[in-house]
Design a protein around this ligand. Structure first.
Ligand SMILES: Cc1cc2nc3c(=O)[nH]c(=O)nc-3n(C[C@H](O)[C@H](O)[C@H](O)COP(=O)(O)OP(=O)(O)OC[C@H]3O[C@@H](n4cnc5c(N)ncnc54)[C@H](O)[C@@H]3O)c2cc1C
Length: 376
């Protein structure tokens, strides 16, 4: 039996930030992870060609918080990288988010939203924001591929993630102050964050609960439904299969790092990534060939493949039932994207973990009720 004051289950950003804060404050911490590597879903690895691949999909780091930027730069310098995406529509590559000039070209200067009022579903919300033609080309089938259901059964609130532009700004997030990718790779960033803290890999806490005990607090950052043995039912997630292709004779196969493939006619994959674009240009220039990765969305049963929480009311209600049970537990804190069944960008995951760590340090008995935390 291993005894430790603070046990952190999961070495992703949430677990690692909490572990770092506790260790910096002199607390005894052990991190365990069931994967063979640390870092959770931000992990990356090198293809034999030397090209750096983000193992669980492309990760663009961005934040407007100086505090978060200084925090991550403690563990790795970053090079500037501002994602600019394209979408393949009708055999051509168009800017994503959709450029104002493209909308004008498609439907003219003046158009009226087809839907007005309170939208009952995603399709209505989208038609309140953009012309039907634009919706059909860029949005409808992309979301059907992403979520595996018809667009008019998805929640209207998903539309808040769209940025419908009047101008032709090509960058995905032009207003974010700090943007980049770690020089040491995300794997190096996460190794740095956890340096000096004991980390046990290939250790599934749920299978070995009896062999490790936290005297003060267990922080669990895995799936909340799995923690409770799925006994109220399974929360629905979407995951992605990634098919990699190395082209030794091609330097660049597409003009940018990410091309979305938003239509069913464009193939089963939802986006095509070319990692070389995301590398530091001088390092990329020395590499022969290129790697393309096509991502195909599906509904995984295996919890380690869970990526996106499913955006509907049924799953939110089920999550709330698990959450009530989690909040009633003594000395256990369930948090992070899987513990809170919520999509967090990396900076949001870090900010939230910082707030949690501060609360834990203030009083280790104050756990549970993550929803009562201040917004990040
Ligand atoms: C496809 C995709 C693309 C993304 N792109 C971006 C992006 O461009 N920019 C951005 O800011 N954010 C992006 N994100 C979000 C980012 O991945 C998350 O913010 C981050 O992973 C959250 O970290 P976490 O620690 O909460 O979860 P995770 O990284 O999932 O960490 C949880 C860890 O817990 C471990 N674990 C689970 N159960 C157990 C168990 N029983 N025993 C032991 N260990 C366990 C897991 O193995 C995992 O390592 C993206 C997410 C996805 C899915």
């Amino acid at each position: 039996m291993i005894n430790v004051d603070y046990l952190i289950v999961g070495s992703g950003l949430t677990g690692a930030v909490i572990a770092r804060a506790l260790a910096d404050a002199g607390r005894e911490v052990l991190v365990v992870d069931r994967r063979s590597h640390m870092g959770g879903n931000v992990h990356d690895h090198a293809h034999p060609s030397g090209i750096r691949i983000h193992t669980y999909g492309p990760h663009y780091f961005r934040t407007s918080s100086d505090r978060i930027w200084e925090f991550v730069n403690r563990f790795s310098p970053f090079y500037r990288y501002e994602a600019a995406l394209l979408s393949e529509v009708e055999g051509e590559l168009a800017q994503w988010p959709i450029a104002g000039s493209f909308i004008k070209k498609l439907v003219g200067e003046r158009w009226e939203p087809e839907f007005k009022g309170q939208p009952a579903n995603f399709e209505e919300a989208a038609l309140g924001l953009m012309p039907r033609r634009v919706y059909e080309l860029f949005i409808k089938e992309y979301n059907e591929k992403q979520w595996g259901v018809p667009s008019n059964t998805l929640a209207a609130r998903l539309c808040t993630r769209f940025d419908v532009r009047l101008d032709d700004e090509p960058r995905l997030k032009p207003d974010c102050k700090h943007q980049g990718i770690p020089e040491l790779g995300y794997a190096g960033l996460m190794e740095g964050m956890l340096r000096g803290i004991p980390v046990l890999l290939n250790f599934d806490y749920l299978k070995h609960r009896d062999s490790v005990r936290a005297r003060r607090l267990t922080v669990f950052t895995g799936p909340i439904d799995e923690f409770f043995g799925f006994d109220l039912g399974r929360l629905h997630y979407r995951g992605q299969r990634r098919v990699h292709e190395y082209l030794p004779e091609v330097d660049r196969a597409q003009p940018c790092g990410q091309v979305n493939n938003p239509t069913h006619a464009g193939g089963p994959h939802i986006r095509t990534l070319e990692w070389k674009h995301m590398m530091r240009p001088d390092l990329a220039a020395r590499i022969r060939g290129t790697v393309l990765t096509r991502e195909i969305t599906y509904s995984p049963d295996e919890p380690s493949a869970y990526e996106y929480p499913f955006p509907d009311d049924h799953n939110q209600r089920l999550y709330q039932r698990y959450r009530e049970r989690a909040d009633a537990l003594a000395n256990v804190l369930l948090c992070g994207r899987l513990g809170e069944y919520r999509y967090f960008d990396m900076d949001q995951a870090i900010a939230r973990a910082m707030v949690l760590a501060e609360r834990v340090l203030a009083d280790a008995s104050v756990v549970g009720n993550v929803d009562a935390l201040p917004a990040v």
